[in-house]
Design a protein around this ligand. Structure first.
Ligand code: 5GP
Length: 351
């Protein structure tokens, strides 16, 4: 059964390991949330106009502009019902795109008088637990925001630890994200160490901008996965030492092609550090990062990778299958996914 590349990428079973909830909202969800928000319409309309204008800019925007976009969706997911709907919509959209396993991440957020951080996390977990979407397994990673300081990070981790026992199969890890220009990594390393010692897996945003000292500290932490890993290779603002450490420690990287191009942290798809990662046979997974903000899908990321780096359909299959190893799920869940991959291969890729 021969499919064109785009269709092949859509039906290929895929794992999305790097997706921020509020960056993943589709225009449809945003429109629906906007309609039911009941907030003063001028404010919402302004948000909506700038959202449409900016996400439609194919040439991209600065990292700073990207970070402003998150405020727009976050203003709509400002009460539990909206958070619940947003989570379930995002799950359904990933499933429609052939994603069989999704790790959603989100930063605990409170809206005074409306929603506590605890309610925020619990609402996402409940939305995952009660999703009627078939054929997709979903987990939650709770993000720590490097703009919020050490004390908030510690408080957020305490919150996760308090609620985790209610959702032991859903809450699996912690992520460090937020504007890479802000915050000092030294404030967050002890919190991440504590999270790990208490059984949470670590996914840490790393090297989105050049900062050799910080990157070395993150690598030495040896998180289970690194987000982006852009400025590690010497040709991308890193150094030979950093690159060698990354390869030696075999820390899988979450590659977000479109996000990096649209935030201009890499000049183009063709000049993306994925080329180096592939050449080194380093463990990696493709991800969308913020499919709403960057107007992409995971299958599109697979297609772009294939077109820019001459990957065959078999390469794409192998790449997707390898992602199972890097997922924050149980060994049994991994085994079931691998089984599913081999059935799929027999049907669509028998060589
Ligand atoms: P949320 O945590 O509200 O569900 O998703 C949006 C948040 O994720 C942003 O405010 C930001 O902290 C984080 N985020 C989304 N995309 C990126 C990215 O590309 N890099 C970094 N460092 N953080 C991101």
């Amino acid at each position: 059964m021969e499919q064109n590349l785009a269709e092949f990428c859509r039906i290929l079973p895929k794992l999305e390991l790097h997706a921020h909830l509020n960056g993943s909202l589709s225009n449809q969800t945003i429109k629906e949330l906007h309609k039911t928000s009941g907030k003063p319409s001028t404010e919402d309309n302004d948000h909506w106009k700038s959202w449409e204008k900016i996400t439609n800019q194919i040439e991209g925007h600065s990292l700073e502009e990207c970070f402003q976009l998150f405020n727009i969706t976050q203003s709509l997911t400002s009460h539990p019902a909206a958070v619940f709907k947003a989570t379930q919509d995002v799950i359904q959209e990933f499933a429609n795109d052939g994603v069989i396993y999704l790790e959603l991440r989100s930063t605990p957020r409170e809206v005074p008088g409306v929603m506590s951080k605890l309610e925020y996390i619990k609402t996402i977990a409940e939305a995952i637990l009660n999703s009627s979407c078939q054929g997709i397994l979903v987990k939650l990673i709770v993000s720590l925001d490097r703009r919020q300081g050490k004390q908030v990070a510690e408080e957020n981790l305490d919150l996760v630890l308090n609620v985790r026992h209610q959702y032991p199969d859903i809450i699996v890890g912690t992520d460090l994200s937020g504007d890479p220009n802000k915050g000092n990594i030294d404030d967050y390393l002890p919190v991440l160490e504590r999270a790990r010692s208490l059984g949470l897996k670590l996914a840490v945003h790393c090297a989105e901008i050049p900062n050799q000292e910080e990157v070395m500290k993150i690598l030495q932490l040896k998180p289970e996965r690194l987000g982006h890993a852009t400025c590690i290779h010497p040709e991308f603002g890193g150094s030979e030492t950093l690159w060698i450490k990354l390869l030696q420690w075999e820390i899988p990287v979450e590659i977000c092609l479109t996000s990096n191009v649209r935030c201009k942290t890499v000049p183009s798809y063709a000049a993306h550090h994925l080329e180096r990662v592939i050449a080194s046979k380093h463990p990696m997974t493709l991800a969308t990062d913020d499919k709403g903000v960057f107007n992409t899908t995971l299958s599109q990321e697979y297609r772009i990778a294939a077109e820019c780096f001459s990957l065959s359909k078999e390469d794409l299959y192998d790449l997707s299958l390898a992602s199972v190893e890097y997922a924050f799920c149980t060994e049994l869940e991994k085994m079931k996914m691998k089984d599913m991959f081999s059935h799929w291969k027999k049907r669509y890729l028998s060589l």
